[in-house]
Design a protein around this ligand. Structure first.
Ligand SMILES: [Zn+2]
Length: 280
């Protein structure tokens, strides 16, 4: 599944290509993939893009907002570029059998929303509904209010392992599995540490490394893990996987001390750590 840096890359790309374009038509091929009345979209100009966690918002000139969630297999295709989940047929003729929605713009260009497994969606909201829909999300890492104190306060609410809480969207929006693993490694914190045992000093480290890793990943065009769930707009893999510190490195030597990276499952998610550098 695309994580925060990948969705940020998608946002930056669409901003470049679609800002100030007017949507002239929306074709709904799969009703499940779109929630809202398409009549409220047609004739509207795109005035802004924003993102919280893995959710992308497209602001329209009539003050309505399209909220996009790609989920497991969603992809946006525009101008020969594929954003999100890669599939073999991504570059075949469009629309394909996975095409769910087609947006047409005033310059006749088209944005395709493809989704093999149909878990992704685009929903139309007004401002109040959007606030309500996102009220259960923690702060986004790139939000200016995302601070060491915020991390500390959120973590102090739970005794569950820190790795599980970092991934919980109610506490923090958009920290994916790759980034939680590596931020804990760089901070020298064992993934099973009870959240409320984390000190403010440790929260400062988590903050520093999370932001560092996320920025690096956005610059590298996102990560393509072994599940191949994400490719960059030009169809090539993201390059960030070459910076993974622990993620998918089970049995390989720790980059700090050479000890073999260990693996365990926490809350059903693959967890990688150095037993030497990250003591419980
Ligand atoms: Zn180590």
């Amino acid at each position: 599944m695309p994580e925060l840096p990948e969705v940020e890359v998608v946002k930056l790309f669409l901003e470049q290509k679609l800002l100030h374009k007017t949507i002239t038509k929306l074709e709904i091929l799969t009703p499940k993939s779109f929630v809202g009345n398409p009549e409220f979209i047609e004739g509207q100009k795109i005035i802004k893009f924003s993102r919280i966690g893995k959710q992308l918002s497209i602001y329209l000139s009539n003050k309505l907002i399209l909220l996009v969630h790609l989920k497991m297999t969603g992809q946006l295709i525009y101008d020969g570029y594929v954003l999100g989940h890669p599939t073999k047929d991504a570059f075949s003729s469009l629309p394909s059998k996975s095409t769910r929605l087609i947006f047409t713009f005033d310059d006749k260009s088209k944005l395709y929303f493809n989704d093999q497994r149909k878990f992704g969606w685009i929903k139309l909201f007004n401002q109040a509904e959007l606030v309500e829909a996102q009220s259960n999300l923690g702060l986004d890492i790139f939000n200016p209010d995302f601070s060491p104190k915020y991390i500390f306060d959120q973590l102090s609410k739970s005794r569950r392992p820190i790795k599980i809480i970092l991934l919980d969207q109610h506490y923090f929006a958009g920290i994916g599995n790759i980034y939680a693993n590596d931020a804990l490694f760089l901070s020298g914190i064992h993934p099973k540490t009870p959240s409320n045992k984390i000190t403010l000093k440790q929260a400062k480290l988590i903050h520093k490394y999370l932001i560092e890793i996320m920025r690096q990943s956005v610059l590298a065009g996102g990560s393509t893990a072994r599940d191949n769930k994400y490719i960059r707009p030009d169809g090539t893999s993201g390059q960030n996987q070459f910076f993974f510190r622990t993620y998918e490195r089970k049995g390989e030597p720790c980059l700090k001390c050479g000890t073999k990276i260990e693996y365990l499952k926490l809350g059903g998610r693959g967890t990688f750590f150095c037993p030497q550098c990250q003591k419980l």
